[in-house]
Design a protein around this ligand. Structure first.
Ligand code: UDP
Length: 558
């Protein structure tokens, strides 16, 4: 049932000595179900339901849950955000906390926007401040050192507001190669900035220490620099700060400043979030999604993720407190691109975008119902009364958020499906995983699709294995559309799916807008504008071949 890639990944990090995948799922299910006993319920029944979902590969929790469940100090969440205040004490206290989180398998996001800019005064020493970017380098080195002993690579997100005086230095921080490798960078974009860009207005950069305007720059010049760097290297990404805060379910607890490393999960300082994803390829029946079964899966998955909050061994008391206050969970999907192939719909089509919206609307709706039921039975999240939910007619709600679309980088390999809402990167993949090992596989959904239509000839099989694509074959145009890969799909459609999914997802959506090597800077600018106008919470682009070391490469030879 598991692909050779899945077996390799499982053996390397997930399975304990002598454990089979079925043992692992039993371990995870049993551990999480213990929380049922605390709520006066039957943990055996819950454990059995959870185990069956995982055994069927229809739902998998994020990697830290799979790896750590059953341990004495089991930290199960993937995403954390920590605050960085404008003092050495705060900067190094947070660095220590980040190290502890990385050691436990979690990834951390930080906003450096509150730090005074480089060359600003430091009253205690009479010297000059070194600025946010210099501290990011210290964090990067610490992450590099800690990761040797951690369950998995510690990942970081650094955010800087677009009106911070050091923004240009931040945007170009990764221009010299081989620096900040443990960081993803995102610029926090405000509505005000996007309006200044549209109007061609000047734009003020403000010292966060005293609110003083340090200098005024052309908004379009800054935007062009951002576009240029994203075109060159895929970074920084954009984090649409005002959009994110418009959807803050607990504004009374403070505003969002940063998301987690892969940017799908905005969190308040010290909050953590556990993610889990439904493998949609297991839910296709009779030429459609089996929505009845999907409903059951969503309800069980919400119960699972909610129990993780109670059973989790948090790495810091402040994280335990902030997480228990809002009880955020992030249920998402994977395998979407393969569902489109199974249903014979091109990813680049209105029909597919509609289906993306319909699936997420259904999942978020059902997950909210499940959370409302749990809230009625076990109590709402403590900050419920001050949240947006009472005003929307909810009498109870167990979790302040219910859905997030994670990248599913590893769990999609285990489940044997395409990741998140991404189109297929290629029809055959060579993946560099686990310190340089190369693993190859031909997509099984694609083989089935072509075989069912008597089109999987030796010649086509050979082309797929070597090039990872059927674009240059004599197959009918419609077949080529359905089997189009990420870089053959116009960026417009990538953003259309991102926006459709975001519209019905509580938290963020992980998505890379892939572009062909020939794409221009104007193309990148158009994607950024479309994403902002479409209500996305963030966007990342990647131009094929723009980084020397790609994690994924299409085809096995070319
Ligand atoms: N993450 C991390 N290190 C990694 C991969 C992921 O810290 O090497 C964290 C990060 O916060 C990311 C989240 O886990 O946003 C979810 O990533 P993904 O869905 O790819 O994880 P999976 O559960 O598939 O391993």
């Amino acid at each position: 049932m598991f692909s050779s890639e899945a077996e390799a990944v499982l053996q390397a990090r997930y399975l304990k000595d002598g454990e089979t995948p079925a043992d692992m799922f039993r371990r995870v299910a049993g551990h999480v179900a213990q929380a049922e006993t605390r709520n006066g319920r039957d943990s055996f029944r819950a454990a059995d339901e959870y185990r069956r979902l995982m055994d069927d590969l229809v739902f998998l929790p994020n990697s830290p849950t799979l790896i750590n469940a059953g341990k004495a100090r089991a930290q199960l969440a993937a995403c954390f955000v920590l605050p960085v205040d404008d003092s050495l004490t705060s900067i190094f206290e947070t660095l220590k906390n980040a190290a502890l989180i990385h050691q436990s398998g979690g990834g951390t996001g930080f906003s450096f926007s509150r730090l005074r800019p480089a060359c600003d005064r430091v009253s205690t020493t009479g010297g000059e401040a070194s600025g946010p970017v210099s501290f990011m380098h210290i964090y990067d080195v610490a992450t590099q050192v800690v990761k040797q002993g951690a369950a998995r690579r510690g990942a970081n997100m650094a955010v800087l507001r677009v009106d911070h005086p050091d923004i240009e230095q931040f945007i170009t921080a990764k221009r010299s190669h081989d620096v900040l490798n443990n960081f993803n960078l995102s610029v926090a974009i405000t509505d005000d900035f996007m309006q200044a860009v549209a109007a061609g207005r000047p734009y003020a950069l403000v010292n966060p220490r005293n609110g003083g305007v340090v200098k005024t720059v052309a908004a379009r010049g800054l935007f062009s620099l951002l576009v240029r760097m994203a075109w060159e290297s895929g970074e920084p990404g954009l984090f649409f700060l005002d959009t994110v805060n418009r959807y803050n379910p607990t504004p009374g607890l403070g505003a969002f400043e940063a998301p987690n490393p892969c940017s799908e999960q905005p969190l308040l300082p010290y909050e953590s979030c556990v993610l889990g994803s439904i493998n949609l390829t297991r839910l296709v029946a009779g030429g459609d999604i089996d929505f009845g079964r999907l409903r059951q899966v969503v309800h069980t998955a919400v119960s699972f993720l909610d129990n993780v909050i109670d059973i989790n061994d948090y790495p810091l008391p402040a994280v335990a407190e902030a997480t228990r206050r809002t009880r955020k969970i992030g249920l998402g999907i994977m395998g979407l691109a393969e569902v489109f192939i199974m249903l014979d719909i091109p990813y680049a089509s209105e029909a597919a975008v509609k289906l993306t919206g319909r699936i997420l609307e259904f999942i978020t709706g059902e997950a909210r119902q499940a959370s409302a039921l749990l809230g009625a039975e076990r109590g709402s999240f403590p900050a419920f009364a001050a949240s947006v939910y009472p005003g929307r007619g909810f009498a109870a709600m167990r979790n302040a958020t219910v859905t997030t679309i994670a990248p599913t980088g590893t769990i999609s390999i285990i489940a044997g499906c395409s990741s998140g809402i991404e189109p297929l990167f290629a029809l055959a993949l060579s993946r560099r995983v686990l310190e340089g090992r190369v693993l190859t596989s031909v997509n099984r959904t694609v083989v089935d699709y072509l075989s069912q239509r008597n089109l999987y000839t030796e010649e086509i099989a050979e082309t797929i294995a070597t090039c990872g694509s059927v674009a240059d074959t004599a197959l009918p145009a419609r077949i080529k559309e359905v089997l189009a890969t990420a870089r053959e799909i116009a960026p417009y459609w990538h953003v259309a799916h991102l926006a459709a999914a975001q519209m019905f997802t509580d938290n963020g959506v992980s998505k890379t807008v892939n572009m062909p090597h020939e794409a221009s800077e104007a193309d990148v600018a158009a994607i950024f504008r479309q994403a902002y106008a479409g209500g996305c919470k963030g966007v990342t682009v990647y131009r094929d071949g723009s980084r020397a070391e790609q994690v994924l490469t299409g085809g096995t030879v070319c």
